[in-house]
Design a protein around this ligand. Structure first.
Ligand SMILES: [Zn+2]
Length: 135
């Protein structure tokens, strides 16, 4: 799939606001991770998550990224269900910005570096970069 095709695929979900509950699976996360890496990050994220953890977190927590103890990779946590594909993709993109931060700077947060992705993400996918998608 080309970069343009990947962006079109993501944009198809980005403007959907209605309820369309989607269940998270390892396959879905891996597939969309690759699409987003191409569509948004120009494949700059070299390491996919070494573990994908899917479970029901408390209500206000949708996903997380956490460095592995050896700090050579990271674990990606995602909720078991999402309100709709748009929310799923928004959370995954948010976590991928953190993965990129970890890779490039060995740290992550919701500061300037994080928000510097906002316009690029909006332009390439129509998705918002929200800092409100996790704890
Ligand atoms: Zn975050």
């Amino acid at each position: 799939m080309t970069k343009i095709q990947a962006r079109t695929r993501i944009k198809k979900h980005a403007d959907e606001n209605e309820v369309n509950v989607t269940t998270t699976t390892h396959g879905k996360v891996s597939w969309w991770w690759q699409l987003l890496n191409n569509a948004v990050f120009d494949n700059a994220i070299d390491i996919p998550p070494s573990r994908i953890i899917i479970r029901n977190f408390r209500e206000d927590m949708l996903g997380y990224v956490e460095p592995t103890p050896a700090r050579r990779g990271y674990h990606l946590g995602m909720r078991r269900t999402f309100y709709n594909p748009r929310t799923f993709l928004t959370v995954l993109t948010h976590e991928m910005v953190h993965a990129w931060e970890l890779q490039e700077f060995n740290r992550m947060g919701h500061g300037k570096r994080f928000h510097s992705w906002k316009d690029t993400i909006k332009e390439r996918t129509n998705l918002p970069l929200s800092k409100l998608v996790e704890f």
